[in-house]
Design a protein around this ligand. Structure first.
Ligand code: ADP
Ligand code: ADP
Length: 225
């Protein structure tokens, strides 16, 4: 059972120009439900590029991206956008929560956009906030939350519509070590409770070591360990 598969993914920037660079040169990955995988690489190695391709935000030059064995790379924008909305949640280094809405509203709104009633959306929102230990801040706006709380809310929002894949790009990159641990514990709990498949880019080797496995991006390919 594999939910996300990358096979032979190649990505160039400035293809055909004098400043062409090859960022991915045949990256393979198989991500299973319920597994939390660390993506480790130096800055500039191509982690964001890989996450964008895996998340169907960007297209590879060759190779394939499959969700549940269905190939989505090379498909129409509409098809890929639908798959992204249904199956993939994103978290970034900065929370990107809507500043004028409360934590709970930030989690409820994406559900309501998908046709969920306000009361059901808020019920799920409260459950998610409970799981990550931020329920007592449900009515606070992002600026009224600590950095760790903001990131935990960002995880809840990413999971609001029950995606099966979570892609996170340095989600603790902006936090001190103690807060990073707390955010990581919340993420672990979400993964364990939902059977989510998560790929988390991080520079933090201690956090990486606590995940189910580590893949390193080296010279454009993914290697174990
Ligand atoms: P990381 O996330 O590991 O820091 P990125 O995926 O952001 O790495 O970038 C990998 C390499 O590709 C870097 O050398 C970066 O400068 C280059 N790059 C990223 N995006 C573009 C782009 N749109 N055009 C040209 N080069 C890019
Ligand atoms: P931390 O100890 O994680 O660094 P802070 O000192 O930033 O957190 O905040 C401590 C608590 O105060 C947090 O729970 C946060 O929700 C709350 N808080 C911080 N800033 C504000 C604010 N401007 N308005 C309301 N509550 C706030």
């Amino acid at each position: 059972d594999v939910v996300l598969t990358l096979e032979g993914v190649e990505k160039f920037y400035n293809k055909g120009l004098a400043n062409e660079i090859c960022v991915l040169s045949g990256a393979d990955l198989a991500l299973k439900p319920g597994e939390l995988v660390a993506l480790v690489a130096p800055s500039g190695a191509g982690k964001s590029t890989l996450l964008h391709i895996a998340g169907l935000l960007d297209e590879a030059d060759s190779g394939s991206v499959d969700i549940d064995g269905k190939t989505l790379s090379g498909k129409s924008d509409r098809r890929r956008t639908r798959a992204r909305r249904e199956d993939i949640g994103f978290v970034y280094q900065f929370h990107h929560l809507l500043p004028e809405f409360s934590a709970l509203e930030n989690i409820a709104l994406p559900q309501m956009a998908n046709g969920v009633s306000k009361s059901d959306a808020e019920t799920r929102g409260r459950e998610l906030l409970e799981t990550v230990g931020v329920a007592h801040r449900a009515k606070h706006r992002p600026a009224e939350l600590s950095g760790g709380e903001q990131q935990r809310v960002a995880f809840c929002r990413a999971l609001a519509n029950k995606p099966r894949i979570l892609l996170a790009d340095e989600p603790t990159g902006n936090l001190d070590p103690a807060t990073s641990d707390q955010v990581f514990d919340a993420l672990m709990k979400l993964v364990r409770e939902t059977g989510l498949a998560a790929l988390v880019a991080t520079h933090n080797m201690e956090l990486a070591a606590r995940m189910d496995r580590v893949v390193r991006l080296e010279n454009g390919v993914l290697v174990d360990g």
